[in-house]
Write a protein that binds this ligand. Structure first.
Ligand code: DAH
Length: 356
């Protein structure tokens, strides 16, 4: 019987059995010296080879090296196995169970967010006008001088341009492209399209953002929102305009708020009026917000000026109409009695949360 060879077979199978019993990478690291390293049976057997004949020592030495290499390979494969198991356990522990998240969202006192007050006010205004037979349109926020001013009967250098403190866009010739100062240019787009498509009459509202070089205060924002209204049809009178404004006012603010029209000037309507509603703070008795008048100005309106019709190619002898434009932010302020309009853009959750 070849004693050293038996020994090698025995220690190899013992080493492999020991490896199979190792449960973690840490344990493997601790035990690797006693399995294949300096403190292992391999090292002890190698030492005992000192007493062998040189020939046998060489043969047995080669056998021992091969057995040790087999065990070393097994060590690395066990290490890889343990690492894979460890990683799988980690992923398992980290896995996000979406079922749990949904349950948590339903049971935790967390808010999932909601539309802001300006957006919800715009949607409410659109609903009121849609119920009155208007369609909803949209126009661009960056306009050429033609749409924002000229087609609206405000020629270059006309003093009426002073009514709007304008932001100019650095594009093309100086002062030819603007951030729209009001939603009125959408009227021009609507009329041009209706002429091109031969689709008059027009009964539309157009809400959207506008910009003015104003210093924000309790009642003004430099970026604000308006809603424009435009009717182009046959035999439209000032009574239609007044009735539309009054119907809208009661539908949006409620039956105890009234509207009134006061003579005013706008280049694109003739005659023009400012449109005011009962002050929602004092209900008309007079307070600081309405400067003791009992009324709050919401916007402007008037009968379409023939010069505007001519600019877009509509025959003023056949068609008539009216337009109006007023502040959406101002409506939100009046309806919800906000002392300072800037709250609309400050994103304070204590404010936003009141309008969920
Ligand atoms: N665009 C005007 C402004 O922002 C408001 C306005 C006045 C709109 C008269 C109209 C109108 O449509 O007819 O100051």
């Amino acid at each position: 019987m070849n004693v050293p060879l038996d020994q090698i077979t025995t220690i190899t199978s013992e080493a492999l059995a020991a490896l199979a019993g190792v449960e973690s990478i840490e344990e493997l690291d601790e035990r690797v010296a006693s399995i294949v390293g300096k403190r292992s049976a391999f090292a002890a057997v190698q030492k005992s080879f000192g007493s062998l004949e040189p020939d046998e020592r060489r043969t047995m030495g080669a056998q021992l090296q091969e057995a040790r290499r087999t065990v070393e390979v097994a060590v690395e494969s066990r290490r890889a196995q343990l690492r894979a198991a460890q990683r799988a356990a980690m992923l398992d522990a980290d896995r996000l169970d979406l079922g749990d998240v949904v349950v948590a969202a339903q049971t935790w006192p967390v808010s999932l967010g909601h539309a802001g007050l300006v957006d919800s006010t715009q949607a409410e205004l659109e609903d009121v006008f849609v119920a009155m037979g208007f369609t909803v349109a949209e126009g661009p926020e960056v306009e050429s001088d033609w749409y924002n001013f000229e087609a609206l009967n405000i020629p270059p250098a006309h003093p009426a341009r002073g009514m709007w403190d304008t932001f100019y866009v650095d594009l093309g010739d100086p002062e030819t492209v603007v951030l729209r100062t009001h939603t009125s240019p959408t009227q021009v787009h609507l009329m041009e399209a209706a002429v091109a498509n031969n689709s008059l009459p027009i009964h539309s509202v157009a809400p959207g953002r506008c910009y003015r070089r104003d210093t924000p205060d309790a009642r003004h924002l430099a970026a604000f929102h308006q809603i424009e209204g435009l009717i182009v049809d046959r035999d439209i009178t000032f009574a239609d305009l007044a009735g539309t404004i009054e119907t809208f006012t009661r539908a949006y603010f409620g039956p105890d708020i009234e509207s009134r029209l006061r003579p005013a000037f706008f280049p694109f309507t003739e005659p023009s009026a400012e449109f005011e509603v009962t002050c929602t703070i004092c209900r008309g008795t007079g307070c600081r917000t309405c400067s003791n008048t009992g009324w709050i100005e919401l916007g402007g309106c008037g009968m379409m000026d023939p010069a505007v019709f001519e600019a877009v190619g509509i025959d003023p002898d056949v068609w008539s109409g009216f337009a109006f434009g007023f502040g959406i932010d101002r409506c939100a302020q009046m309806k919800h009695e906000l002392s300072d309009m800037r709250a609309l853009v400050e994103n304070d959750v204590r404010f936003l949360g009141q309008f969920a």
